[in-house]
Design a protein around this ligand. Structure first.
Ligand code: F6P
Length: 370
């Protein structure tokens, strides 16, 4: 080896799953600290795990991380379908799944990196765990508007989504009031009700329906009729896309066959709207907040959280704590094994203080609660 030759330290960053506000802020934080404090080079993997399977990546320079703190989406691109262990391939009319993990692992090894930083939700981090098990040094950063990742109290993207949903509820409040209508606002969150609970409380929703508490249509009707009797001639219902009636089913909007998690929820707002209008006799409209909740610039709280998580994860790499996700519990950093993160999703516990708090201000959860 030549006397002045240096071994270049290098990491790669990947963003997987649905985009959300704050991803670029994390990328920026990881990269700036890794470059400035560790003298590392940064490789950006393109389009999530699709870039791992198909060897799509680019070297990023310090200036690439300037001006992206406030930018929505992800500068690296993402994929909700690509999974190296179950990669969907179209063969004519047929869809087949192939295990592409061996080639993916080889592709990662060719990058000659110290670590692969995976920024994503439960699906992305579950795959990250498998890669770690198969010998790749990996660390994770929890990302999702759904706030449903095991091992952390909060995920970046959530505050922005709640802010956007609340803004929508506020605007619908005034039109509901003017027209004496029921307004149903469907929000995302997959199988967890965090966005509905927080935006519902923040927006003063009269009824909040979450997947964790199956609802009774009669209770909802009684509530809106009672409000009318008391002179409140409008009602606001916040419904999580994963909410369902007691003994009933979730509403599926589409099945994405290529995806490892193929069910896409959506449409409960319209189903409920028709039923509530019929049973209560009060004119009802439904608004679906949809992907608006994932778009645009992150809130200040998400920018701060993203920067905290992004800089802290570099310490995990420095200390070779691979196979872990950086999380936050009671406002302190925690190291969570990806093995635990991969076990499922974090739903709202029924004894959560916010449920109690909402009931205290007369918010109905669609159940008969004493
Ligand atoms: O996980 C984030 C999320 O936005 C969920 O809240 C929602 O159920 C899902 O992704 C929507 O997925 P897609 O972008 O495939 O429509």
């Amino acid at each position: 080896m030549k006397k002045n030759s240096k071994i270049k330290r290098r990491i790669a960053i990947l963003t997987g799953g649905g985009d959300c506000p704050g991803i670029n802020a994390v990328i920026r934080a990881v990269a700036k600290k890794a470059i400035l404090e560790e003298g590392m080079e940064i490789i950006g993997i393109e389009d999530g795990y699709d870039g791992v399977v198909n060897n799509k990546h680019r070297k990023l320079e310090y200036h690439d991380f300037s001006g992206i703190l406030t930018l929505g989406g992800t500068i690296l691109g993402t994929s909700k379908k690509a999974n190296p262990y179950r990669y969907a391939i179209h063969q004519g009319d047929k869809l087949v799944f192939k295990d592409m993990s061996a080639i993916s692992i080889e592709n990662i090894k060719q990058l000659d990196i110290e670590c692969l930083v995976c920024i994503g939700g439960d699906g992305t981090l579950g795959i990250a765990y498998k890669l770690f098990r198969d010998g790749i040094p990996v660390v994770g950063v929890p990302k999702t508007i759904d706030n449903d990742i095991i091992g952390t109290d909060i995920t970046f993207g959530f505050d922005s989504a709640v802010w956007i949903a609340t803004e929508g509820i506020d605007r619908l409040h005034t039109t509901a009031q003017s027209h004496h209508r029921i307004m149903i606002v469907e929000v995302m969150g997959h199988n967890a009700g965090w966005i509905a609970l927080h935006s519902g409380i923040a927006g003063g929703g009269d009824i909040i329906l979450i997947p964790e508490i199956p609802y009774d249509l009669n209770v909802i009707a009684e509530k809106v009729i009672d409000r009318n009797r008391r002179g409140k001639r409008f009602s606001i219902i916040i419904v999580a896309e994963g909410a369902k009636p007691k003994g009933g089913n979730i509403v599926v909007q589409r099945i994405v066959k290529e995806s490892s998690d193929p069910i896409r929820l959506g449409g409960i707002g319209f189903v409920l709207g028709e039923q509530v209008e019929k049973i209560s006799g009060i004119e009802t409209r439904t608004v679906v907040m949809g992907h608006l909740q994932r778009g645009g610039s992150p809130t200040p709280a998400d920018r701060v959280l993203a920067t905290r998580l992004g800089t802290e994860v570099v310490d995990l790499i420095k200390n070779k704590r691979f196979g872990n996700m950086i999380g936050i519990k009671k406002d302190s950093f925690v190291r969570v094994p990806l093995k635990d993160v991969a076990k499922g999703v974090r739903k709202i516990p029924l004894n959560h203080p916010l449920i109690k708090c909402a009931r205290s201000v007369d918010t109905c959860f669609g159940d008969r609660h004493k």
